[in-house]
Design a protein around this ligand. Sequence first.
Ligand SMILES: [Zn+2]
Length: 272
Amino acid sequence: MEYVKDKAIILSTRDYGEADRLVAFLTQHHGKVIGIAKHARKSKRRFVNSLDIFNLVEIEYGERRLPGLVFIKKAILVESFSGLREDILKLSCAGLIAESIKETVPEREKQPEIFELLAGSLIEMEISKDPINVSCLSLWRLLSLLGLSPRLGTCLICKRKTSTHGMWNFDPHVGGTVCIEHRKKGRAMTILSKGIISLLERTRGTEIERLWRFKFRPDDKISVLQMLVDYIQCHIDRPLKSMYVLFQLGYNVNFRKTCEKVFNNKNSVLSC
Ligand SMILES: [Zn+2]
């Protein structure tokens, strides 16, 4: 068995059988990988608290006979991002980012920029006073790195530029903006102002370390988060579980309304 050594961030982990753990992780140089850590719940020598979600680890794994799954030999904890684990909103927002990466990034494709984005997002989430803003910027950049950026430059139907008018509808089914005249009836859409669109476009090309300087207004960031989550859920064709946690938290009226729109509207992405 050939072994690979790499840095990795744990995206998800769950018990598997009586003593093992099934772990998804994003490596720095080998993309997203899913593997089995044999006897992980008993072996304190090979996995000393290292396989918890969000942990940055030095990992060593080898190919197993089962297709798709690797054998995780060892994982040494480098950084646990303990600062975000003490705040349930930060924890939930980090969970949304990790789940979005797990669901959208193909397995075994090198994604060093997405690894850098995830590490940068977790560092920023630890110190930020605005986890929702960090989530918006991180998910927006993730879609860009995956080549899945929503198209916000014009109405997708009549090609009118979004810079020429104040308010636009974002249609998650087609992944772009449409004007009021070309809004499809009965579809749940997010309203985006040209100010939001302009700010999102200005973040393009910004280095990760400087990305967090962009700030959405309180009402705007809820619209941006809803737009991004709607779009990702449409792309993967299922709900993001982390959104249920954020919904349960009900941190403020606007956010609760936003989540209700995502999960309760019959025409929302859950039915797409
Ligand atoms: Zn139009």
